[in-house]
Design a protein around this ligand. Structure first.
Ligand code: KG4
Ligand code: ZN
Length: 352
């Protein structure tokens, strides 16, 4: 008898991306993201505008995912959605949609922790990799990290070092006590008049600059934790002083400033990650979150291979916020029959 397949519809709406994805038996069929350009004019995400845009985007995005996957909604086995952490108004749109869809189609509802989703994005399989072992039994075939591994999750909202011993056995070893790494990139970019979100553009300038022209201090934070708010302040004072002497200082030195700031952020990230590797003895490491796109971070991360470390970085579309990571996490919840009640409410500060 042929076993029927498990088709999960994933919904992500925790910040400013409205996303839907479809995964069949752990393999991606569709991954659709609608970015919200409305925030650009404000230089950052405006929560009220994000909720409204999610409300407008959610149905068309789900529709596009179904069409792309060539799946009828009646074929979906379960719906998974982000229930936190994130902006409450944004989370409410995705969770309300998922609850209604689950009731209308009479299928199970699965809540997903966004941060677990970023990490489990490493387990998304693509059609060409379909000869990989069954994901439930996976012991680490090419492209997918073997347990246990250490994941450095770096995004606009989070910076965490997580020890991952199984799909849902995750322990936060360290995290930022103030700004996230992506936030630091974006805030410094703003000071340098680089448009939002500044991280990717700052990276482009940095690649043309000399990181050793300027230097910025590292924070003193105990254990495996991070702090990036001090860096922001020191860049601010540095710029004020230099602009006093030369009003064109930023335009004349943009590439070198970007390179120095980028190197400082990446060095800070890597110092704590290396400590985590030493302390745990775990030599498989993975990167997750939007900042994984950063050229210097990828370079330094992959250089650890020379020290006998096995490194994993997911495809870029699975690093930034997306619903494929929510669908794959939902798939593993489904396999262990972990479902959610209709009475659930989003948790803006949900922990791993
Ligand atoms: O994971 P993500 O898409 O959304 C959040 O959950 O926050 O991450 C977005 C963050 C932004 O702060 C953005 O500036 C940063 O990732 N980012 C980068 C690069 N690409 C995206 N930061 C530095 N260099 C990049 N190339
Ligand atoms: Zn995220």
């Amino acid at each position: 008898m042929q076993q029927s397949s498990t088709i999960i519809l994933g919904i992500e709406s925790s910040c400013d991306d409205t996303a839907a994805a479809i995964i069949r038996d752990g393999k991606i069929l569709a991954n659709v993201v609608a970015n919200q350009d409305v925030h650009k004019a404000y230089g950052g995400v405006v929560p009220e505008l994000a909720s409204r845009a999610h409300q407008q985007n959610i149905v068309p995005v789900v529709d596009a995912a179904l069409k792309k996957a060539n799946i009828d909604k009646s074929e979906i086995t379960a719906i998974a959605f982000t229930n936190g952490p994130g902006l409450l108004g944004s989370l409410l749109v995705g969770s309300s949609f998922a609850k209604a869809f689950s009731l209308a189609m009479n299928i199970p509802l699965i809540e997903v922790n966004h941060m677990q989703g970023h990490i489990l994005a490493h387990f998304i399989r693509e059609e060409e990799k379909s000869n990989l072992k069954d994901p439930v039994m996976n012991t680490g075939t090419a492209g997918i990290p073997e347990f246990p591994f250490i994941c450095l999750t770096v995004s606009g909202g989070h910076t965490q070092i997580v020890k991952v011993t199984d799909y849902f056995k995750m322990e936060v070893l360290g995290e930022t006590i103030d700004d996230a790494a992506g936030e630091a990139f974006d805030k410094v970019a703003k000071m340098l008049n680089i448009p939002y979100p500044g991280g990717p553009l700052l990276d482009k300038h940095a690649q043309q600059g000399n990181p050793n022209t300027f230097s910025f201090p590292h924070p003193k934070v105990p254990d495996l934790n991070y702090s990036f708010s001090g860096l922001k302040t020191s860049v601010l004072y540095f710029l004020k002083k230099e602009l006093n002497n030369n009003p064109d200082f930023i335009t004349e030195n943009l590439n070198d400033i970007c390179a120095a700031v980028q190197k400082t952020i990446v060095d800070i990230l890597l110092i704590e990650l290396k400590k985590a590797i030493e302390q745990t003895g775990i030599t498989t490491i993975a990167l997750a979150g939007g900042v994984s796109a950063n050229s210097e971070l990828r370079k330094q991360f992959n250089e650890l291979q020379k020290e006998g470390i096995t490194t994993y970085i997911p495809k870029f579309e699975y690093c930034t916020d997306n619903a494929a990571m929510i669908a794959i996490t939902g798939y593993y919840h489904f396999l262990s029959q972990q479902f959610t009640k209709q009475s659930t409410t989003p948790n803006a500060r949900m922990k791993i």
